[in-house]
Design a protein around this ligand. Structure first.
Ligand code: NAD
Length: 500
C-alpha cells in the first residue's frame, strides 16, 4: 500500500493505492479522507438518518430487499473485486457474498419483531401503569471493517444497523476500499435521494476520525490491538463500541468422532482463505486414542491444498507484514521442539504460504497463544476431553470453537469459553442468521447477527402510562404512615418468607 499526494489537482488530495496481493499490481487508488471530510460525511448522514428512521420497519425493509437484489445481481463483479483486492479465490468470494445476503435478509425481515414496541407487564406495586419497551435507532453508526471478509464481516454490522433504522458511515479496510465503495454504490442505486450508507476511505487516521466524529456508535471489526485504539478514541465522547476482534480458535476431536469429517473440517477451517479468518481453526486438540489416525487423515487432506496457482484453493497472504508473523510462529515453534508434518518455513514463498501442520508445539509458543492468520495448524494430543477443554480455555481469546464428537459433543461445547461453538461442523454458528456472533475476552464484546445484532445498534426506550391513580401513593409526599405500614406488610409477605 503506497500513499501519494496528487499535486496536479487544484486542491491537494492525498490518495493511497491498493495492490493485488498476488501480483503487486495496482488495482485502485482512493482518497485518504481526513477529519474534516469525515465530519462532513457524518453530518450529511444525520439528515439521512431522520428520513430513514421515519420510513419505519416496513419501508426500510423494501429498500434493504432492493439492495439485496442489487448485490445478488452484481455478485460476479463484486466477487472479482474481492479477489483482486484481497486475493481469495472467486468461488470463496461468491460463497462469502451468499452468506452475507442471508444475514441481510434476516435483518430486514426480523427487525420489527425484535425491536418494535411491545408491552411489558407491570408489578403488584406498579399495577396502575401500562408499560412498553421499544428499541430505537442511535442515529448514525460508524462501521470500521477488516479486509479478510470484506463483504460478510462489515455487512454483519451494516445490515443490522440499517435494519434497526440507523444511517451508516462505513470505513472499509485500506486493503479493500473498492469492495466497500461497491456496496455503498449499490445501496445508493436503490435509494439515491438520501445518503443513508456512505463510505469514507483511508488508513488508521481516517478510522480514528470516524471514532471521534458525531456518531452514535462504532461497530468495529479488526484486530484486538486496533480495537483498543478504537476504544480509547471513542472514550473521548463516551461513544459506545461493538468490538469484533481476533481469535485463536480450536477444534477438538473426541475418541468417538468421525475422523474423516473432523479432518475435512480442520483442513477447511484452518486453510481456507489462506487461514486469514477470525474464526479459523488454528489449534487442534485430539484424543490420544485417535491421534495418529486423525493426523494421517489431516495430513493427507491438507497435502491436496496448494497456494499460488491461478486455480488454487487458497490465495496469497493479503498483508505483506503478516508474512513475518506467520514465519515467526513457525520458526519459533520449530526452534522449541515442534515438528512440521507438512510445510514449515520452506512453505513461505513471496506472498504465498503453503499449508503447514505442526505437532509437538509447546502450549506457550506463539503458534498456540497468538493469532497466526496464516494456513497453519498446530495439532496436540490430549489424554481426555477435560484436558482438551482446559487447554482450549487457557488462551486470552474466546471467539469460536469446533467440537467433533458423537456422544459428548454438547457436553464439551458447553464447557468452552467462546462466543459460539459448532458441533460436528466448522463455523456453522456464524452462518445461521438467527444466531449471535461475537466473542469474549480478547476477542471483544457485543454481537452481530440475530436478535442481539439488531439490539446492538439501538437504545432501549421504556415508556409508562398511568392507567388509573395509584391505590397507594408511593412516589409522593402524600405517602403517610398508613401507606408505609401497608408497603412493609407487602414486603414481608412477598419477599420476606424464608424459603428452603
Ligand atoms: P486491523 O485491526 O488492522 O484493521 C481493521 C480496521 O481498523 C481497518 O479498517 C483499519 O484501517 C482500521 N484502523 C486501523 N487503525 C485504526 C485506528 N487507530 N483507529 C480506527 N481505525 C483503525 O485488522 P485487519 O487486518 O483489517 O483485519 C484482521 C483482523 O480482524 C484479525 O485480527 C481478525 O481476527 C479480525 N476479524 C475479526 C472478526 C470477528 O468477527 N470477530 C471478523 C473478521 C476479522
Amino acid at each position: 500500500m503506497s500513499v501519494s499526494t496528487d499535486s496536479c489537482a487544484p486542491s491537494v488530495v492525498e490518495t493511497f493505492d491498493v495492490h493485488d496481493p498476488a501480483t503487486g499490481a495496482v488495482v485502485g487508488t482512493y482518497p485518504v479522507h481526513d477529519r474534516h471530510d469525515v465530519d462532513a460525511v457524518v453530518s450529511s448522514a444525520h439528515a439521512a438518518a431522520a428520513w430513514w428512521r421515519d420510513l419505519g420497519f416496513a419501508g426500510r425493509a423494501r429498500y434493504l430487499d432492493a439492495w439485496r437484489s442489487e448485490i445478488a445481481s452484481g455478485r460476479d463483479q463484486l466477487a472479482q473485486l474481492i479477489h483482486r483486492e484481497m486475493g481469495k479465490p472467486i468461488s470463496d468470494a461468491k460463497l462469502e457474498i451468499a452468506m452475507a445476503l442471508e444475514h441481510l435478509r434476516w435483518a430486514a425481515r426480523n427487525a420489527e419483531k425484535v425491536l418494535g414496541r411491545r408491552t411489558v407487564p407491570s408489578s403488584l406495586l406498579t399495577v396502575n401503569h401500562a408499560a412498553t419497551v421499544e428499541y430505537l435507532p442511535l442515529g448514525v453508526v460508524g462501521v470500521i471493517g477488516p479486509w479478510n471478509y470484506p463483504v460478510f464481516t462489515p455487512l454483519g454490522s451494516i445490515s443490522f444497523a440499517l435494519a434497526a433504522g440507523n444511517a451508516v458511515v462505513f470505513k472499509p479496510s485500506e486493503y479493500t476500499p473498492g469492495v466497500g465503495s461497491w456496496l455503498a454504490e449499490a445501496f445508493t442505486r436503490t435509494a439515491p435521494a438520501e445518503p443513508v450508507l456512505q463510505v469514507i476511505t483511508g488508513l488508521a487516521d481516517t478510522g480514528n476520525a470516524l471514532c471521534r466524529s458525531d456518531v452514535g456508535k462504532i461497530g468495529f471489526t479488526g484486530s484486538s490491538a486496533t480495537g483498543k485504539l478504537v476504544m480509547a478514541a471513542c472514550a473521548e465522547n463516551l461513544t459506545p463500541v461493538l468490538m469484533e476482534c481476533g481469535g485463536k480458535d480450536a477444534l477438538i476431536v473426541d475418541a468417538d468422532a468421525d475422523l474423516e469429517a473432523a479432518a475435512d473440517a480442520a483442513v477447511w477451517g484452518g486453510l481456507s482463505n489462506a487461514g486469514q479468518t477470525c474464526l479459523a481453526v488454528e489449534r487442534v486438540y485430539v484424543h490420544t486414542a485417535v491421534y495418529e489416525k486423525f493426523l494421517a487423515e489431516l495430513v493427507a487432506a491438507a497435502s491436496e491444498i496448494h497456494a499460488g496457482a491461478a486455480d488454487s484453493q487458497i490465495g496469497p497472504i493479503t498483508m505483506p507484514k503478516q508474512l513475518a508473523i506467520v514465519r515467526h510462529h513457525i520458526e519459533d515453534a520449530l526452534a522449541r521442539g515442534a515438528r512440521a508434518l507438512l510445510g514449515g518455513t520452506d512453505a513461505i514463498d513471496r506472498q504465498f504460504v503453503q499449508p503447514t501442520i505442526l505437532v509437538d508445539v509447546p502450549e506457550d509458543a506463539a503458534a498456540v497463544t497468538e493469532e497466526t492468520f496464516g494456513p497453519t495448524l498446530t495439532v496436540t494430543k490430549v489424554r481426555d476431553m477435560d484436558e482438551a477443554v482446559e487447554l482450549v480455555n487457557r488462551g486470552t481469546y474466546g471467539l469460536g470453537a469446533t467440537v467433533f464428537a458423537r456422544r459428548r459433543g454438547r457436553d464439551i461445547a458447553d464447557r468452552i469459553r467462546a462466543g459460539g461453538t459448532s458441533i460436528n461442523a466448522f463455523v456453522a454458528h456464524a452462518t445461521i442468521p438467527g444466531l449471535p456472533l461475537g466473542g469474549v475476552g480478547a476477542s471483544g464484546f457485543g454481537r452481530v447477527h440475530g436478535p442481539d445484532g439488531l439490539v446492538e445498534f439501538t437504545y432501549a426506550k421504556a415508556t409508562t402510562r398511568q392507567r388509573f391513580p395509584a391505590p397507594l401513593p408511593l412516589t409522593s409526599f402524600r405517602r403517610d404512615h398508613r401507606v408505609d405500614t401497608i408497603v412493609d406488610l407487602l414486603v414481608a409477605v412477598l419477599h420476606g418468607r424464608k424459603r428452603r
